[in-house]
Design a protein around this ligand. Structure first.
Ligand SMILES: *Cc1c(COP(=O)(O)O)cnc(C)c1O
Length: 415
């Protein structure tokens, strides 16, 4: 049987035009109209009103939460969460080693210390390994639902309850996902979502916090807001109210245009995720014929948001390394196939190996206190792709499946 020639070796690519590019967000006429309306209304919102209130209410309600607070970014949303629990020197926060670095970075702005935990075979933080790292200094657990795959929240929630720890969720990949029929972002004491340009719901830049906890909410307001919003929201009978003019002195306010854009997309979130699930099934069918590639499996009872579809490669099964495999997929017109190097385990980062370069309170500490073999293995064996979310993009998804089949066939080891 004669096999086709790979595009990377001069063969003809499966996708011949630029249709393999993932365009996100889709700027609909509704978004255009809303943005123009917003520009003529206001471009800076000082208190909890207008589009801030609309989006905070809608987003909180969707998750069954009491409070929503929009922020300038996901990173600042996370920072406010860490700041909200009154951390002291030597307090410890349990965090995933395998996450985007912004999940953990803001801890360095507090007096606490991140304690890293390895992942399991899903790529998410391993509940059993969390248990091993809890001690009397532990104050909180931060988890990330990586790539939109839900963490094992029943076990993690049970741990946080048992030891009296705050539980925070970084839901920046997980808009609309759920575990055991409960929305991600509603499991812990509070959650942060990024609304940055790549994220499922986006305003270009922005973030949002949701919580039921009045104290956390109030502290987040004080952390990044001042003047009208603090005066409106802080109880006048408290000591905090004396600080309403300044808050804690930072301004982490969102941009109204960003929030307006995010709010328009948010209206379609469930439809987006439903269509993604159909497209994932197409890829699953293609991959089921390939010996050596599998879709990363999450936990049972998960509804994934498919921020990215994660393909796991078994190197032993192919005559090439993962880099060449990915380049070959790209050459076929599957330009979005990607080895996510920007999201490699945090033990590789100078910021954690030697934080004292910027943060004097860490002295000579190395915050990387061990080996994280599962994260290393996971991150070195995956290729990700986006999941298109409009019916009219099904043909692109089919082509991505064909590309996987073609490239895998040619590199397949035959024995
Ligand atoms: C994007 C992202 C962040 C940071 O969000 P920004 O809005 O870019 O500041 C944090 N955590 C994760 C997991 C992310 O993907």
């Amino acid at each position: 049987m004669k096999s086709e020639k790979l595009a990377i070796n001069g063969g003809s690519p499966i996708i011949q035009d630029d249709s393999g590019k993932f365009i996100h967000p889709i700027v609909t006429p509704q978004i255009e109209k809303a943005v123009i309306e917003q520009m003529h209304s206001t471009l800076s919102i000082y208190d909890r009103s207008g589009i801030f209130k609309d989006f905070e209410d809608a987003f909180a309600e969707y998750h069954g939460k009491k409070h929503g607070l929009v922020t300038s970014s996901g990173t600042t949303a996370l920072w406010s969460l860490y700041d909200s629990i009154n951390l002291k020197k030597d307090d410890e926060i349990i965090c995933p080693i395998y996450t985007f670095h912004a999940t953990v970075n803001p801890i360095l702005q507090t007096s606490a210390k991140p304690i890293f935990v390895d992942c399991d075979k899903t790529g998410n933080i391993d509940p059993e390994r969390i248990a091993q790292k809890i001690n009397e200094k532990t104050k909180a657990i931060m988890i990330t639902h990586m790539w939109g795959y839900p963490c094992k929240m029943d076990n993690i929630k049970a741990l946080s309850k048992k030891y009296g720890l705050y539980l925070f969720e970084d839901c920046s990949h997980a808009h609309g996902a759920s575990y055991q029929s409960k929305k991600l972002g509603s499991w812990g004491d509070a959650a942060a979502f990024s609304l940055q340009g790549n994220k499922i719901i986006t305003g270009g830049e922005g973030g949002i916090i949701i919580t039921d906890n009045n104290e956390i909410y109030k502290n987040c307001v004080l952390h990044g807001h001042f003047g009208k919003r603090t005066k409106q929201e802080i109880d006048p009978n408290t000591e905090d109210f004396k600080y309403a003019v300044t808050g804690k002195g930072l301004k982490l306010r969102a941009h109204p245009l960003a929030i307006r854009i995010a709010h328009e997309q948010f209206k379609s979130l469930d439809d987006i995720n439903r269509q993604k699930n159909e497209h994932v099934e197409i890829i699953r069918d293609y991959v089921s014929n390939i010996n050596g590639i599998e879709l990363n499996q999450g936990y049972a009872d998960s509804v994934n948001s498919w921020y990215a579809l994660i393909l796991k490669l078994d190197k032993e099964k192919f005559n090439c390394d993962i880099e060449l495999f990915c380049k070959s997929l790209n050459a076929e017109g599957g330009v979005e196939f990607d080895i996510p190097n920007a999201t490699s385990p945090l033990d590789t980062l100078e910021l954690y190996k030697k934080p004292s370069h910027f943060f004097k309170n860490y002295k000579d500490e190395n915050l990387v206190d061990g080996e994280y073999p599962m994260s290393k293995k996971f991150s070195q064996s995956i290729i990700k792709m986006p999941v298109w979310y409009r019916k009219e993009d099904t043909a692109i998804v089919e082509n991505y499946g064909k590309i996987l089949n073609k490239v895998a066939k040619i590199y397949e080891k035959v024995n």
